[in-house]
Design a protein around this ligand. Structure first.
Ligand code: NAD
Ligand code: PRE
Length: 295
């Protein structure tokens, strides 16, 4: 019998990420004794009930957090600070507050003034997901071998950081602890810019003349098709990510635009070396992702 990492865990927002955590915990009883699940959407709670993902399922967020040793916010980035502020008075002393949000700085700045001294705030962002949303989209192996980036508040006790890291290891993830702004810069490059490009390229195809657009969809081979997977992601989630990580995203977009312009120049001038060097670099990056088990 394993000692539970948390007696009671409360997951608020059991969508893709939250329900994947809950499914993993259902597969590994003993890690957490009691699962409390809350959401503002009654239809989501009905699905959570039908899927048997919680021991207590409620729309009352204040009641949901009251007995929890750890409260995990799995709501869109723009909702994290307002939800945290609303539930803060109801926390049990000594509890951990964590969230899985994709961006950090603006959330930390908005939330910190409302943080109680007796609550440890330790955001933990799993670098894993899909283009699907909602409780039916989750699966227990989602975090297997993926990184989970912890950006603890400076006042969070080390024992709580260790406990949350152990929790994410049980989810299957590898742990890296990093600074808030570094997190946002890295994620702008590896996650937010690729999504921005995917949404934009689909928009470009969609605004082509009627006859050409039909052909794009008919003949979309894997190149365009690969972009459409991530372009199918949830609009609210990505609106919040872009608006909450605007500085880092715009800075990396600027860099990308310069590199795209350099590639355009090489093509215009028939500069074979630059073209081949750029393509070869892409192949090298793909190979190293495969070696790192991240692709
Ligand atoms: N989808 C991904 O690939 C991915 C990966 C890593 C991290 N994240 C982050 O995880 C979080 C959740 O993403 P998801 O894809 O699981 O979302 P989701 O849309 O599948 O689920 C979000 C849930 O939050 C609920 N919710 C929204 N606002 C609320 C509020 N004010 N109060 C209570 N409940 C509320 C919704 O009803 C929904 O059930 C986001 O912050 C996202 O940036 C997403
Ligand atoms: O694989 C996908 O579909 C994802 O969008 C997952 C993805 C990513 O960009 O890698 C999306 C947002 C996150 O915060 C972390 C992971």
């Amino acid at each position: 019998m394993t000692t539970p990492l948390f007696e009671t865990l409360c997951v608020i927002g059991p969508g893709l990420i939250g329900s994947s955590v809950l499914r993993r915990l259902r597969e590994r009883p003993g890690l957490v004794n009691r699962l409390v699940v809350a959401d503002r959407d009654p239809a989501v709670l009905d699905r959570v009930r039908a899927l048997d993902l919680g021991d207590e399922i409620t729309a009352d967020l204040a009641k949901a957090v009251a007995d929890a040793d750890c409260v995990m916010l799995c709501v869109p980035v723009g909702a994290i600070a307002p939800v945290a502020e609303a539930i803060m008075p109801h926390f049990k002393a000594g509890a951990i507050l964590t969230d899985v949000g994709s961006t950090r700085r603006s959330v930390v700045d908005a939330l910190t003034p409302h943080l109680r001294d007796d609550i440890a705030y330790i955001p933990a962002h799993p670098m894993a997901g899909t283009e699907h949303s909602g409780p039916d989209a989750g699966f227990a192996s989602l975090f297997e071998d993926r990184w989970c980036l912890l950006t603890p508040d400076p006042h969070a006790p080390q024992t709580d950081i260790d406990r949350l890291a152990a929790f994410w290891r049980e989810m299957g993830a590898r742990i890296r602890i990093m600074d808030v702004d570094h997190h946002d810069t890295i994620c702008a490059m590896v996650s937010h810019l690729p999504h921005l490009i995917a949404f934009t390229i689909c928009g470009t195809a969609d605004t082509l003349a009627e006859d050409m657009r039909a052909e794009v969809l008919d003949f979309a081979a894997s190149g365009f098709r690969d972009f459409t997977r991530i372009a199918a992601s949830d609009p609210t989630m990505w609106r919040d990510i872009f608006l909450n990580n605007s500085d880092a995203l715009l800075s990396v977009l600027d860099r990308f635009s310069q590199d795209a312009a350099a590639m355009a120049k090489a093509i215009r001038e028939g500069d074979e070396k630059t073209i081949v060097d750029t393509i070869s670099r892409g192949r090298r990056i793909r190979r190293s992702l495969l070696e790192n088990r991240q692709a």
